[in-house]
Design a binder for this molecule. Structure first.
Ligand SMILES: [Zn+2]
Ligand SMILES: [Zn+2]
Length: 143
């Protein structure tokens, strides 16, 4: 489990000024993988009740731009954020409840799919979303 000290070092390592909102947002993304902005605002406000929506958006933007968090947005979903960066992993999304789970990269490095025709592009990433039903939804349970 990452500590505040780890988060401070991550911010410094990315040449970002260490601020309480940035620490709180980083902590919330680590604690709640694939959370959307509303969930992150809720988690941050547990620590910093006075923080504004705009401040959280600004932090998420700065952290994403610095590569400390990754933004994903499956079609039909709001943007989600996660702390697992740099490994080109993919996602499974439940069509019914929207649950998101990580899937390791198929071959361990990007791009993990070879295009059938690259049209002359130099391809550095393949983003794959696996759609289906999560265990709770596929068994018909209402859990
Ligand atoms: Zn589901
Ligand atoms: Zn993920």
């Amino acid at each position: 489990m990452a500590t505040t000290l780890d988060f401070e070092q991550m911010l410094r390592g990315a040449a970002l000024r260490v601020t309480r909102p940035r620490l709180a947002v980083l902590g919330a993304v680590f604690a709640h993988p694939h959370a959307d902005t509303d969930a992150i605002i809720g988690a941050v406000r547990a620590d910093l009740p006075e923080v504004s929506h705009q401040a959280v958006y600004d932090c998420l933007h700065a952290l994403t731009a610095a590569g400390l968090v990754r933004r994903i947005q499956p079609s039909g979903s709001t943007a989600r954020y996660e702390s697992r960066v740099g490994d080109n992993h993919h996602h499974m999304v439940c069509r019914s409840c929207g649950l998101i789970a990580d899937v390791d990269c198929a071959v361990g490095e990007a791009p993990c799919l070879t295009a059938s025709d690259d049209s002359g592009f130099v391809i550095d990433e393949a983003e794959v979303v696996y759609w289906g039903l999560c265990p709770a939804c596929s068994t018909g349970g209402d859990a």
